[in-house]
Write a protein that binds this ligand. Structure first.
Ligand code: AMP
Ligand code: ZN
Length: 119
């Protein structure tokens, strides 16, 4: 994908702070971290979102899931971490190249979602 920002990172056209790389997977630190540990894991092959995956992605997505706790631990998530996949408009997905956020650090994270206050 010519203009996809994460494809550009995969191709080395935009710099990133890499956490891990192999033939199929890239992990790199979020440019605007929300916690002491905040990195992204992506399949190198472009896919818009989790709503766009098919059986052809079984292998790479399985590998990402198995790799995630290992990388999280290495990056300093010693006692747990959160994985987030924002999918589409409702989830406020910003970058349309499927990515799994890995978020954590030494401290307990805020609740996953806030209950809206009554008006
Ligand atoms: P999402 O809302 O799930 O699509 O999240 C997109 C994430 O990509 C945000 O957390 C951004 O901070 C992050 N991001 C955007 N551009 C870059 C970049 N060039 N390098 C690293 N992370 C980025
Ligand atoms: Zn892409």
């Amino acid at each position: 994908m010519e203009n996809c920002i994460f494809c550009k990172i995969v191709r080395g056209e935009i710099p990133s702070k890499k956490v891990y790389e192999d033939n199929e997977i890239l992990a790199f630190h979020d440019i605007n971290p929300l916690a002491p540990v905040h990195f992204m894991m992506i399949p190198k092959l472009h896919v818009d979102s989790l709503a766009h995956v098919s059986g052809t992605h079984n292998d790479v997505l399985g590998k990402i899931m198995v790799l995630a706790p290992k990388l999280a631990e290495e990056q300093g998530c010693k006692d747990g971490f959160r994985t987030i996949i924002n999918t589409g408009r409702v989830a406020r997905q910003d970058v349309f190249h499927l990515h799994i956020h890995i978020i954590g650090g030494p401290d307990v994270l805020p609740p996953m979602l806030y209950r809206p206050k009554p008006a």
